[in-house]
Design a protein around this ligand. Structure first.
Ligand code: AMP
Ligand code: ZN
Length: 304
């Protein structure tokens, strides 16, 4: 496997080849021909290889704020959450805001939080949707879902985007079903990266909790082995980046959303997420900026 682009070089090369279209905002890119080929090809390949036994769902990139409040996302990750604010004033307020704008001021004062937030992970809308169906059946649910996700983490790191797409598989059921699913998937994930000819390391991980509780929360997550990541060198051969995550949530969503199994207990859930942009970046980094020149088996897997 030959490294074909240096860290800083990769961003420049992808912009030059028009694979990535900078928008001027950090971590927000349009996708040109080659990047679209990679992202769409990955999504199709994942669907073809693993999608058959899962119920397919697609949600828009906004979620009811009330659902994320029930789940408690704003408690643990207030720094990442994007809320949708909208103008809700009258004509006079509107005239004032246009005047303020034209004078170079901040015109957003008349915006107020709406009932929507930007979806931070593809799986979030799945749990309320399943809770609305009533008791989880004996065999549980397996769902595959993909959406645009938003996280407020502006960065100069090409692999840390504010808007990106996540393809996820989600399991809802008994503790055993959720745990077995997470375990099976670590093997499947490794095989998928091998098929892409990317060298990936499985590592224990934790989520980026906010504030003073972050250390304790992160440690707890690691001690219970609730999160693993498959990491690939994208920017720097020494520092790898998570391209896929394997999460056990125990009964967090089950309790928060009153999602119950037939025995009356809170359901356990697990999810595995493919970070499509990061996997695409890894492909460009290791196989070159021109997909037509990628190893033919990798190209064919994405072109199928
Ligand atoms: P997480 O829910 O944090 O485990 O994220 C799931 C997957 O989404 C990760 O394994 C990454 O591949 C991808 N991901 C997370 N954050 C970002 C980001 N800021 N930019 C691009 N991809 C991301
Ligand atoms: Zn998830």
């Amino acid at each position: 496997m030959g490294e074909t682009a240096t860290a800083q070089g990769l961003a420049e090369q992808l912009v030059r080849s028009r694979a990535l279209i900078p928008t001027g905002a950090q971590g927000v890119y349009g996708h040109g021909e080659d990047f679209s080929f990679a992202i769409e090809g990955l999504s199709r390949a994942i669907n073809r290889l693993f999608g058959r036994q899962a119920e397919r769902m697609r949600f828009p990139p906004v979620t009811p704020r009330a659902d994320l409040e029930r789940i408690g996302y704003f408690r643990n990750f207030p720094h990442l959450l994007g809320t949708v604010h909208c103008f809700c004033g009258d004509e006079r307020t509107h005239r004032d805001l246009v005047k303020t704008h034209d004078a170079g001021g901040d015109w957003t004062g008349a915006q107020a939080a709406s009932d929507l937030v930007l979806t931070p992970a593809s799986c979030y809308p799945v749990y309320p949707a399943m809770a609305a169906r009533g008791v989880v059946p004996e065999q549980g649910y397996t769902v595959q879902v993909q959406s645009h996700c938003f996280r407020r983490e502006p960065s100069t790191d090409l692999a840390r985007m504010q808007s990106f797409q996540m393809h996820e598989f989600v399991r809802i059921g008994s503790p055993e079903q959720a745990w077995a699913f997470r375990e099976e998937w670590t093997e499947r994930g490794r095989d998928f990266f091998a098929a892409l000819r990317l060298s990936a390391e499985l590592e224990a991980a934790n989520d980026p909790f906010f504030g003073r509780a972050a250390g304790v929360m992160g440690q707890g997550q690691r001690q219970q082995q609730l999160k693993y990541e498959l990491k690939v060198a994208i920017n720097d051969a020494a520092a790898t980046t998570a391209c896929m995550s394997f999460n056990a949530h125990l009964d967090h969503f089950g309790k928060a959303l009153e999602l119950r199994t037939p025995d009356g207990e809170a359901a356990h859930t697990a999810c595995v997420g493919f970070g499509l942009e990061r996997i695409a970046l890894a492909l460009f980094r290791w196989h070159g900026v021109d997909p037509a020149a990628w190893p033919s088996d990798v190209f064919d897997l994405l072109d199928g």
